[in-house]
Design a binder for this molecule. Structure first.
Ligand SMILES: CC(C)(COP(=O)(O)OP(=O)(O)OC[C@H]1O[C@@H](n2cnc3c(N)ncnc32)[C@H](O)[C@@H]1OP(=O)(O)O)[C@@H](O)C(=O)NCCC(=O)NCCS
Length: 145
């Protein structure tokens, strides 16, 4: 059974593991603590049988604007609606905070995620040249609420 709850600092090892596996990034633990401090309700984990299998983390980077920093679900648990449940819950938090726009960045090669975001009404608003540390370009995507 799937349960969603706010992130807690005890979740850092599990979340960092998902980031390594699914986003191929290795961030210092402090980054998760900082995101948590910026907007507690915007950092949500999905758990099944006591194991964290996905999460979404966002911040508010300008008045009435939210930015999704990370969204990932462990590979064996994808295409079961967990990413959508995380996104729906995040968008509810945005509505509660009277956000007007949500933005994010995605690798231009990440067709799956781009399709997922388009289904949610995000539109490509521009290309970010060499946005990622390995030199890949990113798309900026924006959704109006
Ligand atoms: C993007 C990501 C978070 C989506 O998570 P997910 O749990 O697979 O998301 P969902 O299951 O809600 O939706 C994924 C697709 O499966 C479909 N789906 C959902 N439940 C389904 C089911 N029971 N049977 C078949 N398909 C299903 C959805 O319609 C959706 O299709 P779409 O992508 O064409 O819109 C996941 O692919 C991921 O972690 N990718 C790697 C990390 C990444 O790229 N993150 C984004 C970086 S910007």
């Amino acid at each position: 059974m799937l349960a969603l709850r706010p992130f807690s600092p005890n979740d850092i090892p599990a979340v960092a593991g998902i980031v390594r596996e699914s986003l191929r990034e290795n961030y210092p633990a402090t980054i998760y603590v900082d995101i948590h401090k910026w907007w507690r309700d915007g950092f949500i984990v999905a758990e099944t049988e006591g194991r964290i299998i996905g999460f979404i983390a966002g911040v508010s980077n300008a008045p009435q604007n939210a930015r999704i920093l990370m969204l990932a679900v462990l590979e064996p648990y994808r295409k079961r609606g967990i990413g959508s449940t995380l996104m729906d819950t995040f968008l509810q938090q945005c509505a509660l905070r009277a956000m007007r726009t949500v933005e994010l960045e995605v690798r231009v090669s990440n067709g799956n995620a781009i399709q997922f975001y388009k289904r949610y009404g995000f539109q490509i608003a521009g290309t970010l040249s060499r946005f990622y540390t390995d030199g890949e370009d990113g798309y900026k995507m924006i959704r109006h609420l």
